[in-house]
Design a binder for this molecule. Sequence first.
Ligand SMILES: Cc1ncc(COP(=O)(O)O)c(C=O)c1O
Length: 425
Amino acid sequence: MNRFTEVDARAGEPDSGTGRARGAAAAGADNAPPTGSGSRRVPFSRPSIGEAEKEAVLRVLDSGWLTTGEEAAAFEREFAGAVGARHACAVNSATAGLHLALEAAGVQAGDRVAVPTYTFAATAEVVRYLGADPLFVDSMPDSPNLSVAELQAALAGPAAGAPPKAIVPVHLCGLPCDVAPITELAEAIGATLVEDAAHAFPAELSDGSPVGSRGTAVFSFYATKPITTGEGGMVVTDREQIAERMRVMRLHGIDRPIWNRYHGIGTPWEYDVVAPGFKYNMPDILAAVGRVQLGRAETFRRRRVEAAHDYLRLLSDLAEVRLPNDNPGHAWHLFCIRVPAEFRDPIIEGLAVRGIGASVHYRPLHMMSYYRKHYSLSNRDFPHATERFRETISLPLHPELDSADRLYVVESLKQTITECRRGSR
Ligand SMILES: Cc1ncc(COP(=O)(O)O)c(C=O)c1O
């Protein structure tokens, strides 16, 4: 059954760029433009923005209320309905959402939080915001997701230390983690589970339930994500206490929503600050865009799944390419292949020459200088993530990618691999 309603036909805009580039055309530079000299361009990512999103923004601009209000509340209700969550808390980024969720779970200075090393910076930096320490965990040999066996081993050794206060598995690329054994482990050690679902909307766990329908999960609406508000995020939870704390802490620690203060519910100036909170609320301008995108989410996903299945079929005969795992619950936010390590950069360059934006997701955090130095980490401790990083390439995958684009990407990839084989690239 379709859990979303299509409210807008396909309406792509010319490639307007999707905002910030995360560094150079290297690890995770989602928006790095292709450097090709030919006429054909296949951007790595492109948001699908139509007339309905523009009308929604204008409606809010004309309303006289720009910040968090009725639109954000409606987006929260609709998003909670879409994933089957009890509570939803709209925020201005998934990073903010992860920070709030861990704070609400009681993570404090000196605590430890288990996170995969194979993820984007945000997953671990929020642990540092709270003065806690990330406990990095390697990925599985055949999946980019966190290895529960590795986590168990890290907690069992003689030098294991105190158990982590929280575990943050990431549904990387939109591939759902097997959360059952992680939940079991979390319960056994008294840790809170916070799923980083930045890539995973909509997605389903192995029992068919939507990611976000149980526990606490954080979604991203960053410009390249499965649905976007430009910047934004949503935390969903089935725990009343976590929801209540996040609602207070996302707006300065004020004890009631700002919307109520200006709409005749109490006096605007009478409020209390119960904790030194943050400024993480989602403005109505963005929430209005999010509501339209939510209505288009299932259509976007259908197109991404179609593109991913096309890639899987068309690339199946290439000896040098290892394909990502298919999975019925996959959101297919990213399509990451693996190639021989010595071919990776030449292939990305060869694709760029042909006007195709490819990227690398991600350089693992144990290879980032801050974490490497601060926690004395070594590649030897994370062999699977290290090897995956050296071999991985993300191909373009977005709802605007049509079958001709896909064929062009596949043909270009085959050409660059032939060049690599010959040593001419
Ligand atoms: C795995 C993961 N977690 C968290 C985030 C943070 O999302 P946001 O940009 O909405 O803060 C990202 C962003 O790319 C991500 O890839």
